[in-house]
Design a binder for this molecule. Structure first.
Ligand code: PLP
Length: 385
C-alpha cells in the first residue's frame, strides 16, 4: 500500500512511543499528586512543556496542553473572544477566513449562536489565499479575535500569517492561527510569526491522536472551555495526558531537526508528482496555490469523474488518499473550502487530495501518478461522473 493520506493522520514514531512508554507504565502518576509518583509525572510534564516552548520560541507558561487540534482551536477562538467580551461588552465580532477547519469555523458559529457575536468571514482568492487587503477590510473596532489558519488541510495553501498577524496587532486585535497542518513543515517560532495564539495537534506529526497544544502569548486572557480542577493554570481542567504531552514534545522536537532539508526534498517530489498528474491526466486541475503550499499536499479536481469513485479505484490499485479533509469524508456536500476558491460545486465533487509524510519516495509517487492516470481514465470510461 502507498499511503498518501498523511494530512488525515500519521503513524506514531518509534522514538515518540519510547519516550511515552514510562509514563504509561511505571511512572504512571497523576501530576497533581503530592507523592513521588506524582512528582515524577509533574516533572515529565514540565519537561515536555519546556521542550514545546523551545520549538515555539515562547515561555513554558505560554503552553497549554489540550486533547488535540480541535480543542486547541476551540479554546483559542471561544476562550479569547469570551474573555475579551467579559472585559468589554462592545467586543462582539470574530474574524475567520472562508477556508478554516471546522474546529475554528464551528467555534465562531457557536459564539454567533449562543453569545450574540457576528462572524466576519474573509474571502480567499482563487488560490485559497487571504490577502492582507481582504483581511484588513474585515477588522472592526468590535473584533474580539481573528483566526486565520497557517496552512489549509484540503489544498495545502499557506497563508501570509506573519503579515496578517502584524495587521491584527496594529488594530489591537489578538490573532490566532491553526498550525495543525503547518507543524513539521513550516517555521513555528511564535515570536517571529507575531501571533498571539497557535494550535498544534499531535497525530499529524508522529505523536498519538488525542493530544495537542495551544500557545497563548503572555497575558492574553482566555476563558476556559473545560471547567474543573484548574489544571494548566486554570486554562484547561482535566488530569493532564502526561504521556501524550511527552510524546507531542518529542515529536515536535524531532520534526525540527533537518526541517529545511526535508521541506526542500519533499517539495521537489511534490512538484514532480503534480507535473506528472497534470501532464498525464487530461483536464486535471491543481487546487490551491501553485507555490505557496505545503510541501506535503498535492490536491486536484478531475472533472468528469466523482472524487469518491477515483478514490475507490486508486485504493484498488494500492494507493490510499482522500477526497479532501477526513472530517468531511462521507458528506455529499461539495467542500466549502473548494467552493470558497470559486470552484463550481460539480467540479468540487471530483476533488482528490494526496498528502505525504517525510518518508515518501520518488518511486512511490511515480507509481501513484501512473495509478491516478489509469484510475481517472477508468472512472471516466465507466461514465461514473
Ligand atoms: N485543524 C486542522 C487544519 C486540521 O487539519 C485538523 C485535523 O484534521 C484539526 C484542526 C483538528 O485536529 P485534531 O484531529 O487533533 O482534533
Amino acid at each position: 500500500m502507498i499511503f498518501l493520506d498523511a494530512a488525515a493522520t500519521a503513524p506514531v514514531r518509534r522514538e515518540v512511543l519510547e519516550a511515552m512508554w514510562p509514563y504509561l507504565t511505571g511512572d504512571f502518576g497523576n501530576p497533581s499528586s503530592h507523592h513521588q509518583l506524582g512528582e515524577h509525572a509533574a516533572r515529565a510534564l514540565a519537561g515536555a512543556r519546556a521542550s514545546m516552548a523551545a520549538v515555539l520560541g515562547c515561555r513554558p507558561g505560554e503552553v497549554t496542553f489540550t486533547s488535540g487540534g480541535t480543542e486547541a482551536d476551540n479554546l483559542a477562538v471561544k476562550g479569547i473572544a469570551l474573555a475579551r467580551q467579559a472585559a468589554d461588552p462592545a467586543l462582539n465580532r470574530v474574524v475567520i477566513s472562508a477556508v478554516e477547519h471546522p474546529a475554528v469555523e464551528e467555534s465562531a458559529r457557536y459564539l454567533e449562536r449562543f453569545h450574540g457575536f457576528t462572524v466576519d468571514v474573509v474571502p480567499v482568492d482563487a488560490a485559497g489565499r487571504v490577502t492582507p487587503e481582504a483581511f484588513t477590510a474585515a477588522l472592526r473596532p468590535q473584533t474580539a479575535v481573528a483566526s486565520i489558519m497557517y496552512a489549509n488541510n484540503e489544498v495545502g495553501t499557506v497563508q501570509p500569517v506573519a503579515e496578517l498577524a502584524a495587521l491584527a496587532r496594529e488594530h489591537g486585535i489578538p490573532f490566532h492561527t491553526d498550525a495543525v497542518q503547518a507543524a513539521g513543515w513550516l517555521p513555528l517560532d511564535t515570536r517571529a510569526l507575531g501571533v498571539d495564539a497557535l494550535s498544534i495537534s499531535g497525530h499529524k506529526i508522529g505523536a498519538p491522536k488525542g493530544c495537542g497544544v495551544l500557545y497563548v502569548r503572555g497575558r492574553t486572557r482566555v476563558e476556559p472551555v473545560l471547567h474543573g480542577g484548574g489544571q494548566e493554570r486554570g486554562r484547561r481542567s482535566g488530569t493532564e495526558n502526561v504521556a501524550g504531552a511527552v510524546g507531542l514534545a518529542t515529536a515536535l522536537t524531532l520534526s525540527q531537526a533537518g526541517r529545511q532539508d526535508r521541506q526542500d526534498r519533499v517539495t521537489a517530489l511534490r512538484d514532480r508528482f503534480i507535473h506528472a498528474v497534470l501532464s498525464g491526466v487530461p483536464g486535471a486541475i491543481l487546487t490551491g496555490d501553485a507555490t505557496e503550499r505545503l510541501p506535503s499536499v498535492a490536491s486536484f479536481c478531475f472533472p468528469g469523474t466523482s472524487g469518491e469513485s477515483v478514490l475507490l479505484e486508486l485504493e484498488r490499485q494500492g494507493v490510499v488518499c482522500s477526497s479532501g479533509s477526513a472530517c468531511a469524508a462521507g458528506s455529499d456536500a461539495p467542500s466549502p473550502v473548494l467552493t470558497a476558491l470559486g470552484i463550481p460545486a460539480d467540479v468540487a465533487q471530483t476533488a482528490v487530495r494526496f498528502s505525504f509524510d517525510a518518508s515518501v519516495t520518488a518511486e512511490e509517487l511515480e507509481t501513484a501518478a501512473a495509478a491516478v492516470r489509469s484510475a481517472v481514465t477508468s472512472v471516466r470510461s465507466l461514465g461514473a461522473g
